[in-house]
Design a protein around this ligand. Structure first.
Ligand code: FMN
Length: 370
């Protein structure tokens, strides 16, 4: 069976429905919950998300599909919050274990078949630069989740009406932890390091309990926002996308926005799409993009901030803190953990899943089932 993942409203979808008769259809019924970053789909119920809603079996639906079509609003370069949410909830389609593919760290396959994927983006002002970013992103998602790109298309639709940027005079820096792991997040450890230099408050996105409009209203008062976020399926986590989308209703106006992103893989360059998305969002929402810091081998670098292996991450954070302090915009920086060879990192990371599975009564072989 073919699988359609779309974010059309019921009214928008009605004229298209006949085209997809007989397909497995994933649409937004308003109840999808964000991935909470627990990795339960790898270490508790291999291949299936642990959140009990209509999207729990997404990995199986993806793997069983003879082909996948995605129809999504173009959102800063990538998928809309709903479509991204579906992909964040689908990572059980691959194994937790790693291997090197095309010179980069990626996940090993759970299933042998590759999934042919077509993505239709719809948005306004999708020039060649924006299209190139989105194509690169779809390639990255496919490489990560065992897809193969069949086609990527773009449809021009009118831009939604925007309010005028708000020039309220405000003060203060907010350090925003965008990870759904809240206090346990690597993103938070990176922010804490910045906080030693900058002071200011750390706000956890999880604390808004899904009320993204309220959190956006709170954050709009800050002169500078520093977002720390994990990379999820080559982009921003869906919850961060929902928050950023909430700003569109009332753009920021000449305030600065910085971003620090970390990832599970070793190579910080895999964060390049995420930084480009935040830059596009800043432009749309009237923020001045202060720059991005990408931290490779995130879990290790954040946990070991006091030790030599994290020296690059610490140096990057110090430079970043100086720029924020001075109110300067800087170029994006990519910090890998060169003091910790990739082969050692991959071996250690692979091994780390075994005791985690064991705590749930699963053997290494069980983790490979699906
Ligand atoms: C749904 C999901 C998707 C992820 N996708 C990626 C990815 O595409 N590339 C990567 O290197 N790491 C990926 N990760 C790993 C996280 O980026 C990594 O564990 C990070 O250190 C978590 O940061 P946090 O503790 O601040 O949430 C993913 C994790 C989850 C839960």
């Amino acid at each position: 069976m073919k699988l359609l993942i779309h974010d059309y409203t019921p009214e928008e979808f009605a004229p298209l429905a006949a085209q997809y008769a007989g397909w497995d259809i994933v649409s937004d019924n308003g109840s999808i919950r964000p991935c909470v970053g627990c990795f339960g789909c790898w270490i508790k119920t291999p291949g299936q998300c642990v959140i009990p809603d209509a999207y729990q079996t997404m990995a199986r639906r993806l793997h069983e599909a003879e082909e996948v079509v995605v129809c999504t609003r173009w959102t800063y370069g990538g998928f809309s919050p709903f479509v991204k949410n579906v992909f964040d909830r689908s990572i059980g389609v691959v194994l937790p274990f790693f291997e090197i593919v095309r010179g980069e760290m990626h996940h090993q396959k759970r299933y042998p078949q590759a999934i042919p994927m077509t993505v239709h983006f719809r948005g306004s002002g999708l020039d060649s630069k924006k299209q190139a970013l989105s194509r690169r992103y779809v390639e990255a998602v496919c490489l990560n989740l065992q897809g193969v790109v069949k086609d990527v298309t773009f449809e021009e639709v009118p831009a939604p009406a925007q309010k005028k940027a708000d020039d309220r005079a405000v003060s203060g820096t907010v350090l925003l932890n965008g990870s759904m792991r809240g206090k346990a997040a690597n993103s938070r450890l990176l922010l804490k390091r910045l906080q030693q230099r900058l002071g200011g408050e750390i706000v956890d996105l999880v604390s808004c309990r899904g009320d993204y409009d309220a959190m956006a209203a709170q954050l709009r008062a800050a002169e500078t926002i520093v977002l720390a976020t994990p990379l999820y399926v080559d982009g921003l986590p869906s919850a961060v996308l929902r928050l950023l989308s909430a700003f569109e209703k009332d753009p920021g106006g000449k305030k600065r926005f910085y971003v620090i992103a970390n990832l599970g893989f070793y190579e910080s360059r895999q964060i390049q799409n995420l930084l480009a998305f935040v830059r596009n969002w800043s432009e749309l929402c009237g923020y001045s993009y202060g720059g991005g810091l990408a931290v490779g081998a995130g879990a290790m670098n954040a946990q070991l901030l006091k030790l030599p292996p994290a020296r690059n991450a610490v140096a990057g954070l110090e430079r970043f803190a100086s720029a924020i302090e001075d109110g300067r915009c800087v170029n994006d920086h990519y910090e890998d953990s060169f003091l910790f060879p990739r082969a050692v990192y991959v071996r250690a990371a692979n091994h780390s899943w075994i005791p985690k599975g064991k705590r749930n009564g699963l053997t290494k072989e069980d983790l490979r089932q699906g």
